[in-house]
Structure formats: C-alpha cells, structure tokens
Ligand binder design. Structure first.
Ligand code: TXA
Ligand code: MG
Length: 322
C-alpha cells in the first residue's frame, strides 16, 4: 500500500522533495484529493498520467497560491479574472485561460489553454508554499473514470499497487465534489463542470454564463457522460419512486435515498442528508461504501432540486449512472 503521512512540517518537506525529484504525490484539497506533480516538470506530469491510467489528451488543473501564481502560467490576464479571483479564490473555482508558452504542453493535455485554481485547503497551501509558490498540476487522485477520493484511504485503495506513493492526510475533504470549471476562452463564459461555486453566483459576477446540459468530450475530456462511477452498476430513481423500483429488484441492492423507511430488506439502505452541502460532502464516500457491499446494483434517489449546489450533485449522479 502507499504511505499515508500526517501533514507535519517534515512530511510536507518530504512531499515537496519528492515532487522536485520528478515524482507524483497525493495531497488533500477542499474539493477532493489530488495527485500532483510540478507543472513545469514533464517527468512528474508523465508519472501522473501513467499512475492514473489517464488518456494523455485529458488536461490537468494547475494549482497555485493566488492570482499572482496564476499569472505566471497564463497568457495575458483576462480582466474578468480580477473580480472572480478576489471574490472566489482561494476556493473551488477553476478558470480555463490561454496557456503561457513556457508551460509544458504535456501539463495541458496538448491544449493551448490551461485550467488553474487556488485551493483553500491549508495542507495544499502549505505544500504550495514549501515549493516556493511553484504550480502543482493535479487531477483527482483516483484511477481514471472511478469515483474521486474524499479521504486519504480512498487514494490508498485506488493506488494500492503504488508502494512508493506518498499521500498527505488532510482528513475528509470539506466540499467533497470536484471544483467548478469555468472556461473564459470561449465567446461567452462557459460552465464546463458544475461545482460548489454555483452557476447562480457566477452569473451574479459575470452576467451571461453558458451552461450546456452535458458537455461533449471535445470541450473538456474529463466530462465524458460516464465518469465518477462506482464499479457496481448504478441507476437513478425518480423522487419518491424507490419503493416501486425496489419491488422490481429480486436481488439485494445498495440504496442511497432520503427516507430509509422506503428500503425493505434484503436491500441495504445508505441514508443521505437532505441538505445539499452535507449530501455533496459524503456522496463519494457513500458510493465507495455501496460498492463494497457486493450488491447487484446501486439505486440512487434523485435529489429534490437541480438548482444551486444540487446542480453539481445531480451532474455527478448522472455520470455515475450513465
Ligand atoms: O476539484 C478539483 O478540480 C480537483 C482537485 C484535485 O483540484 N481536480 C480535478 O481534476 O477534479 P480532474 O483532472 O479530475 O478534472 C479536471 C477537469 C477535467 O474535466 C478536465 O477535462 C478539465 O478539468 N480541464 C482541465 N484543463 C482543461 C482545459 N485546458 N480545457 C478544458 N477543460 C479542462
Ligand atoms: Mg477526476
């Protein structure tokens, strides 16, 4: 198994040293855990793609301390970034901007653009500080297509065969869903991936923001319809439709729903909170737990809304069940 380290000063130093030596290290963020390497070191970037089994055309997010760090890796500076970054950074908002020529193309999946965000998680920030503010490129620390990790143990499970991998432990991720991805290189700002920073709050700052229903592969490869998925086949069930759906299931199922009284035996109920923020923070842990039960299927009750933070939850549920 990989090595899980408590985030002492010494282990932050060790992690930074490993990254300077061209290796990938897993670290916590407020969204999900990341598997990071130095943006400017193609050796580490190659290691990230290899370990994740990630297609080389799927670009990575660069993590920086602040807007100043972002300006080091993007070309020019879109004036809209001033308000976005002063209001929403550090935090779970990723901006897609023109890539500066000195940033290795491998770190951007071959694109002329680069995605950048400033994490608020204290452990991630200490690691960035230890690296002197150098940018860390990091996808979520899961095998490609699998559910993102919100605990250090999730990372260790996905990378069980990577005996040398260091994982900095930051406890449970605060938000539990990947960052909001906003493309500022299109004619109008485009939401590529909904997240904790809501579409509504982006529209308040920017006015118009396009929000296509399901992004196609080309715009953002990580937004393929099936993604963030457990290994057990999962299906979405309409609100209040759980009793009827379970009546048709002869084999035991794992059930994520709001009312456990709708889940008779032999099915296993995993009760989900009605508060969107709480729901998001435990969703991936719940999907991973459901996966370990050895059930024929996972049934998931549709949330009561698709607005605000629920938009991101519903997006992930659609992809987990696609
Ligand atoms: O919350 C997060 O964003 C986490 C933590 C670790 O920061 N990271 C994360 O990375 O979710 P990843 O690689 O799993 O997802 C990045 C998403 C993918 O959908 C990718 O296609 C998109 O961002 N992306 C990255 N660079 C892009 C670019 N230049 N243009 C369009 N989409 C991009
Ligand atoms: Mg991912």
């Amino acid at each position: 198994m990989p090595i899980i380290l408590e985030p002492t000063d010494l282990s932050i130093q060790r992690a930074a040293e490993a990254m300077r030596a061209g290796r990938a290290v897993a670290f916590p963020t407020e969204t999900v855990y990341g598997l990071g390497a130095l943006t400017h070191d193609p050796r580490g970037i190659a290691e990230v793609y290899r370990m994740k089994w990630r297609p080389s055309n799927n670009p990575l997010i660069a993590h920086v301390l602040d807007a100043h760090g972002a300006r080091e890796i993007v070309e020019g500076w879109d004036p809209r970034c001033d308000e976005l970054t002063s209001r929403l950074w550090p935090g779970p908002l990723t901006l897609v901007l023109p890539r500066r020529a000195n940033v290795p193309v491998e770190a951007a999946g071959g694109r002329a653009t680069i995605a950048v965000r400033s994490p608020s998680c204290p452990v991630a920030r200490r690691l960035l500080q230890e690296l002197g503010g150098e940018s860390i490129s990091a996808p979520s620390a899961n095998r490609s297509g699998h559910v993102s990790p919100t605990l250090a143990s999730h990372v260790a499970e996905d990378f069980a065969s990577e005996l040398d991998l260091m994982i900095l432990n930051g406890g449970r991720s605060e938000f539990g869903l990947e960052s909001t991805v906003l493309d500022l290189t299109t004619a109008r700002p485009t939401l590529l991936r909904p997240g904790t920073v809501t579409l509504e709050s982006l529209r308040q700052i920017l006015g118009d923001v396009d929000a296509p229903e399901l992004m196609e592969q080309g715009a953002s490869p990580g937004t393929a319809p099936r993604h963030y998925a457990p290994r057990t086949p999962a299906v979405l069930v309409p609100i209040n439709g759980m009793r009827a759906a379970l009546a048709l299931e002869p084999r035991p199922c794992a059930v994520l729903c709001f009312d456990p009284s709708h889940v008779p035996s032999p099915h296993t109920d995993i009760t989900m909170p009605r508060d969107a923020r709480l729901y998001a923070s435990i969703l991936y842990d719940a999907l991973r737990s459901a996966d370990t039960l050895g059930c024929a299927r996972i049934l998931i009750e549709m949330p009561p809304s698709a607005d605000g933070l629920w938009r991101a939850v519903v997006d992930r549920l659609r992809r987990a069940t696609a």
